[in-house]
Design a protein around this ligand. Sequence first.
Ligand code: C5P
Length: 222
Amino acid sequence: MSILHVLAIDGPVASGKGTVARAVASALGFHLLDSGAIYRAFALSCLQKKTNVSEINSLSIEAKALSLEFSGELVIVNGADATNEIRTEAVGMLASQLSAIPEVRTGLLERQRAFARAPGLVADGRDMGTVVFPGAQLKVFLTATAEVRGVRRFNQLAKSANATTPPLAQVVAQIRQRDDQDKSRPIAPLQPANDAIVIDNALQSKHETTAAVLALWALRGR
Ligand code: C5P
């Protein structure tokens, strides 16, 4: 399968993929898919509706029926603004657990593919290059050690006014836990596609990583 104009950016939590994907999409004039926001929105919706998540068979239907809209920067879940709420650690952790269930992944698959529209799409997630857009023209996998990503997340939390910052060691431990969950699941585990270009961005600014991805895009197919 060959899908034109899809640039897949995968990587673990706090690898910078969200910021880089947004900047790359804006530079290229492409649409943006933040697939993690879809998994987070589903997790939040399950919490709000008190969905019995052990009833695996109904999860695919629940996932397909998820009431979710992206309106500019806003994420609307079940008709209400959930932009900040989906970013909490509790919602992220539940999203990570639910995302290991094949019925949930299947239920959310077409919703993600529907983002591929002209003139192109930058898709950010865990399995953009392996499962959702295997025909993407360029696949990039961003990474850095758990410690480096922990420091980034710690600094983000410290800067945000309404969050109590947990100790750095706890932030690193949470990142490791989420990495383990995302890597060890049997379906669509977090891993680079065979044809992905892996960038360790520990020593790069987000601006430098963005420039590197744009340079790779300019070189694609040559
Ligand atoms: O990227 P973000 O941290 O927002 O994603 C939240 C969770 O959703 C991840 O920990 C991961 O388990 C899941 N996810 C996924 N596949 C994607 C994007 C996110 O399994 N394509």
